[in-house]
Design a protein. Sequence first.
Length: 149
Amino acid sequence: MRRYSRTSTGSHHVEEAAIVSDDLSGVWDGTYIQPGTGMVTFTATLIEAGGSLSGSVTEPCCNPRCPVRTHSASISGHRAGSVVSFVKRYEPPGYGFDTVQYDGIMNGEATEIDGRWRLPGTSGSFLMIRSGKRAQASTTEDRAKQPTR
């Protein structure tokens, strides 16, 4: 996808083309609001292929009775245009955590996903912002393409 911006340089106007990818693959920094807990931060690594989403999430445990400091979860879902839906499954399940449904809207620049998460009987908002970091899968693939020294 190409986006154009105008830059003024004295009396001249220059149009610059910037290529913006709407592929969701990459690292995302996020927050969600959980009733009774407040804001929880997380890091998600998403891989998109043909509209299907997969990936992983890590987040701190905010429950003082939790036996682990960091939770890990897998993500599976899809994207159709700007609509993003995925299920987050905590691994291992338990500790009061289960499967969480996320539904959001991606902004036009493909840099933010804003929406709601749902569990039976409760829900809240979430926001994901694309990080400058690249997904580990892409980094590993790029290293494999480099000549050995």
